[in-house]
Design a protein around this ligand. Structure first.
Ligand SMILES: C[S@@+](CC[C@H](N)C(=O)[O-])C[C@H]1O[C@@H](n2cnc3c(N)ncnc32)[C@H](O)[C@@H]1O
Length: 346
């Protein structure tokens, strides 16, 4: 990445980070409610995940979600992960350790009091995996994000516009860094492509590619009739139209590994063995670690846990997913964006 491009990404992070910074407040509040710091302190030494989970003041049925909360606290430098997967305290922990005379917990509580009702979602976050509810959004609203959007046109519009605003930034970065991915393709379907921002940008940059966008009916019916992009209403779990390539931008992070494997297998069926590819545009959490935008990437993992029951993934997790779905190659490329590009070939 060049100096100018890096500066641009730094500037983008200055907007993204405060946008998602409420995740810091959520996670800090949960750490306090769960007495995580005090439990580790009274243990007298760093503690394992299961020791911590079994000492919480609420039953913990989902250790994976607890691990992700702890990973975020580590990222905030409020905990450390030590050799042997042991969770320990940091120099900042004492300020939220109730037993320490210098703690500022009461101040934290006063500041957070105004938004107390929002924290109630903690209960469903640590529900057992067997729960029929896949996300906190579903627990609070009684249905998942997509079904909710299909019944609430204002929310549908707002959500689709939010997605499009990101696609407007990411797609040019994708094309600039990875032109060669598109060269040689004659057709591409943008699966879960929302209102078509990404597919129209690709169609404009590569007029020889026949582009289409597949999304749920309530999204597709809001797309104006663009001459360069065909609209297909459908469910990606049932049918993906045959094309040289499938693009999926911010799709797989909405789903757990099992569902992702189902979607990827459907993609594989829909493309030629020779030259076919899935162009995944999603966050790779640990790419270019240490960059200003890394916090946002980790914060999005917590947001996905809340909103769809999905997750962001590390490089290793992406490769495992792609190979589990039966693809033989997986190439990961950072681009000048929050997301990276993961190309899976049959
Ligand atoms: C996070 S948005 C991403 C939109 C777009 N790809 C972008 O990057 O701006 C996820 C999209 O997946 C769509 N979606 C969810 N479930 C779907 C399904 N079963 N079949 C097709 N699309 C689906 C949603 O309607 C939504 O437009």
């Amino acid at each position: 990445m060049g100096v100018d491009a890096r500066e641009k990404l730094n500037a983008l992070a200055l907007v993204w980070n405060p946008t998602v910074s409420f995740v810091d407040s959520f996670v800090l509040k949960w750490a306090l409610d769960l007495h995580i710091i005090d439990i580790i302190h009274s243990h007298g030494k760093p503690i394992t995940l299961s020791q911590l989970g079994s000492s919480l003041p609420v039953p913990c049925g989902n250790y994976e979600n607890l691990r992700r909360l702890l990973r975020y606290l580590i990222h905030m430098k409020l905990l450390t992960l030590q050799e042997g997967d042991l969770y320990g305290l940091t120099s900042a922990s004492k300020f939220i350790l109730v037993g320490d005379p210098t703690n500022i917990v009461p101040y934290v509580r006063v500041v957070q009091h105004g938004v107390a009702e929002k924290w109630q979602i903690l209960g469903s976050l640590l529900d057992a995996k067997e729960s029929t509810v896949s996300s906190t959004f579903e627990a609070v609203n009684g249905e998942d994000l997509w079904s909710y959007a299909s019944k609430n046109p204002d929310h549908n519009k707002l959500f689709n516009e939010a997605m499009a605003s990101d696609a407007r930034l990411v797609t040019p970065a994708l094309i600039e860094s990875c032109r060669e991915i598109f060269e040689g393709l004659s057709s591409l379907v943008d699966v879960g492509g929302g209102t078509g921002t990404a597919s129209r940008t690709v169609a404009k940059a590569f007029p020889h590619i026949k582009c289409s966008v597949l999304d749920l009916p309530h999204v597709v019916e809001t797309i104006p009739d663009y001459p360069d992009v065909e609209r297909v209403a459908g469910d990606m779990f049932s049918f993906i139209p045959h094309n040289d390539a499938v693009m999926m931008m911010k799709i797989l992070h909405d789903w757990d590994d099992d569902d992702c494997v189902k979607i990827l297998k459907k993609c594989k069926e829909a493309m030629p063995k020779e030259g076919g590819k899935v162009i995944i545009v999603d966050i790779v959490m640990d790419i270019d670690e240490g960059h200003e935008i890394t916090r946002t990437r980790y914060a999005f993992d917590v947001l996905m846990m809340l909103s769809t029951g999905g997750q962001e993934r590390t490089e290793k997790e992406w490769r495992r997913l792609v190979f589990n779905a039966g693809f033989s190659r997986c190439e990961i490329t950072p681009i000048n964006a929050l997301q990276s590009v993961i190309v899976a070939s049959p």
